[in-house]
Design a protein around this ligand. Structure first.
Ligand SMILES: Nc1ncnc2c1ncn2[C@@H]1O[C@H](COP(=O)(O)OP(=O)(O)OP(=O)(O)O)[C@@H](O)[C@H]1O
Ligand SMILES: [Mg+2]
Length: 237
């Protein structure tokens, strides 16, 4: 796991609360699963990796450039994050997906073509003119993934993308992630061990904002050495 991201002593505080505590870590090869109890810091870490928030201290290096207020724009252009609760604009599905392309300067016709392809790959043909906010949760999650992928990011960050989805919606999302992960880096936070095994090669286990273990899925899930990881894997507090 070396290469694309290099974190050095990264901490994130909200007021007096420490969400991430001195993380030193390299991530290159994926897919990577972020594991840990609720409140461990998974979403916070994803937001920092997406350049949506800055660390309180420490440095994040992305493709050999340290993140600063000036360089973070490049990360936001290169990295897409899918949130646990899909965020849709109160417009048509098509407008939701073409929006990001248009603000990057693509003309309407080309943006519509690309958006239609992205929607089709998520089995959303025929949804183009529906209001995105009126779709079901699973459909909105698929639209959100189409909106992320149409921008052709180099890195995809996913925050519990299949939680609350029925098996059919979850399968479409999973297959799309697997396809993207053949060529690009995927980092996924999930509580679903089946998804972890199906989607990820590496795992990072966080507890109370700290890294307790990193390794292959089989190292961490099948042969955990650390008592804390053993407890987590066995579903105990
Ligand atoms: N904007 C914020 N303001 C204040 N505290 C925050 C904020 N965001 C996160 N926290 C705190 O930081 C810690 C880590 O939260 P985070 O959302 O990263 O956990 P998580 O591992 O994603 O949990 P879950 O599995 O429940 O999604 C928690 O204690 C949380 O309350
Ligand atoms: Mg979270």
């Amino acid at each position: 796991m070396s290469g694309i991201y290099k974190l050095n002593n990264v901490s994130k505080k909200y007021g007096k609360g420490v969400a991430l505590d001195c993380l030193t870590l390299e991530i290159g090869d994926g897919p990577v699963a972020l594991l840990g109890y609720s409140g461990a810091g998974k979403t916070t870490l994803l937001k920092l990796l997406a350049g949506l928030e800055m660390p309180s201290s420490g440095t994040i290096n992305f493709k050999d450039v340290d993140l600063t207020e000036k360089t973070v724009q490049n990360v936001r252009r290169t990295v897409s994050m899918l949130f646990q609760e899909p965020i849709s604009f109160n417009r048509s599905v098509l407008e939701n997906v073409t929006y990001g392309l248009k603000i990057r300067g693509m003309n309407g016709e080309e943006a519509t073509k690309k958006a239609s392809e992205a929607l089709a790959s998520l089995r959303l043909e025929g949804f183009e003119n529906r209001k995105a906010t009126k779709l079901s949760g699973g459909e909105q999650q698929r639209v959100a993934l189409a909106r992320a992928l149409v921008l052709e990011p180099e890195v995809l960050l996913l925050d519990e993308p299949t939680s609350n989805l029925d098996p059919a919606n979850a399968k479409v999302i999973r297959e799309t992630i697997q396809e993207f992960a053949k060529k690009n880096l995927v980092i996924i936070s999930t509580h679903n061990f089946l998804d972890v095994r199906r989607l990820a090669k590496w795992a990072i286990y966080l507890e109370c904002g700290m890294i307790v273990g990193t390794g292959t899925i089989s190292d961490l899930l099948d042969n955990p050495k650390d008592e804390r990881i053993k407890r987590f894997v066995n579903g105990e507090f």
